[in-house]
Design a protein around this ligand. Structure first.
Ligand code: ADP
Ligand code: ASP
Ligand code: MG
Length: 417
């Protein structure tokens, strides 16, 4: 069995959907399961719906209208008027409206998952209907009947035992079209695996089904040694070991979701990252073996970081007890720590404020510690660095913090405007 994952960029418009068919024509469909993300930037658009619903009711109608129009416009290009897909989209959006009317919960994360999951439900309905129209028999699968998690909304943890047992129900001869990113908890409510989580869904299903491979179809040639949006010259990495891929994803190479690799590594299932626009190109293979080929510097960039330096009010040492208090707060406020450095009297961390909690964190910390911070910091990570590669990064602005280990150097930089 092969798992193909199509991300938002690959199905962002009608041509993307047609192109998905080209990929299947080229690759064949035997023993294949498709995991698909929300179309284009629809998850962001559904985040807007959540925001209006909770804080700006006046915008709710227009934010709902824009997600509807986006899908309807794509569907109009792909189908005749009579196609049942128009009704299916209408029905899904009505059930979303019903949820918004009936919901009494004030829990932001719970509401978020119930709403944004419609992005994947809609995209998979469209793709399944399109393949049907093109005479490719397939079955739309609600992944929430298989993929079970706890109730940690927006970052749910997989219940492996139940998910493995549910996967046994799947028929290996059917071409399933299913959603990435979304799942269901014990209460029957929708959960999600975290932004960009569709890659992880592909990894989970591959593990559960003992798949032969996973292919992630991308708008780039494969995993490159740097994000082409930030670096002018990039090199395609043809082979990467699981370990190297985990390191790159961990440091923030947004091309693969960090949780994807581990389940694949555990069963030695290869992961291919390939271009959906250039099917002849074999892209990147992540597997056991060659660490990195070609051997080259790899650059990872994380923008919008906050660099915080914390010291005690009385200049006593920063020791285990203080540090553990700080870490408890970081955990409570879901602040992601991307770099740590400490000296006798100060402790510095480079943070990502994914849930807009930094000011609350600061308020809690401030009475007990001296806290200085800089926002808008860029964190550059260079794997397999050499002197030139570090100098190139140092030129980008003021280096506020630099940390070097055997294979990796990290620089927190206030970039020149
Ligand atoms: P998807 O549609 O699958 O979710 P994304 O837009 O999330 O795709 O990821 C693809 C993008 O990731 C590329 O267009 C590229 O700009 C970016 N990217 C960041 N780092 C890398 C890297 N090391 N190699 C390739 N692409 C990268
Ligand atoms: N649609 C979700 C997101 O945009 C999941 C994914 O695309 O992987 O975050
Ligand atoms: Mg993505």
């Amino acid at each position: 069995m092969r798992i193909f994952k199509f991300g938002g960029a690959s199905v962002k418009d009608a041509n993307g959907v047609r192109n998905l068919l080209k990929v299947l024509d080229y690759e064949g469909i035997t023993d294949t399961l498709l995991v698909v993300s929300a179309m284009g930037k629809m998850t962001n658009a559904f985040e807007e719906v959540v925001h209006s619903y909770l804080y700006k009711k006046a915008n709710l109608t227009s934010s709902l209208k824009s997600v509807k129009e986006y899908h309807v416009n794509i569907v109009k290009e792909l189908f005749e008027k009579e196609n049942p897909i128009f009704d299916e989209i209408q029905k899904l959006l009505e059930s979303l409206q019903d949820f918004l009317v009936q919901n009494t919960s004030k829990d932001y994360n719970y509401i978020y998952d119930q709403v944004v999951s419609y992005g994947e439900l809609l995209s998979t309905k469209v793709i399944s209907a399109f393949l049907e129209k093109e005479k490719i028999a397939n079955q739309w699968l609600d992944i929430r009947t298989i993929l079970k998690t706890d109730s940690n909304y927006r970052n749910a943890t997989v219940d492996w035992e139940e998910t493995i047992s549910n996967s046994e129900k799947l028929d290996r001869d059917t071409l399933y079209i299913t959603q990435g990113f979304i799942s269901r908890d014990q209460k029957g409510d929708t959960t999600t695996l975290g932004r960009e989580g569709s890659d992880y869904t592909a990894g989970i299903l591959a593990y559960c089904l003992d798949a032969e491979s996973v292919t992630i179809w991308k708008d780039v040639a494969g995993v490159l040694n740097a994000d082409p949006r930030v670096f002018e010259e990039t090199v395609l990495l043809e082979n990467i070991s699981y370990q190297e891929a985990i390191e790159m994803a961990f440091y923030g190479a947004s091309v693969i979701h960090p949780k994807t690799i581990k389940p694949l590594e555990n069963k030695r299932i290869p992961l291919y990252v390939r271009s959906f626009e250039d099917l002849e190109n074999t892209g990147t293979k992540v597997s056991k073996g060659i660490d990195l080929h070609p051997k080259t510097n790899c650059f990872i960039v994380k923008k919008n970081q906050i660099l915080v330096s914390i010291s005690t009010n009385d200049f006593s040492f920063m020791v285990e007890e203080n540090i553990s208090d700080i870490f408890k707060l970081l955990h409570d406020f879901k602040l992601k720590v991307n770099l740590i450095q400490n000296s006798a009297i100060s402790f510095s961390v480079c943070l990502e404020d994914g849930y807009q909690n930094f000011s609350k964190f600061y308020k809690k910390l401030h009475p007990n510690f001296k806290v200085k911070y800089n926002t808008n910091i860029t964190l550059f990570t260079v794997r397999h660095f050499d002197a030139d590669s570090i100098q190139n990064i140092q030129r980008k602005g003021d280096v506020l913090l630099q940390q070097t280990s055997r294979e990796t150097v990290q620089l927190a930089i206030a970039e020149k405007k």
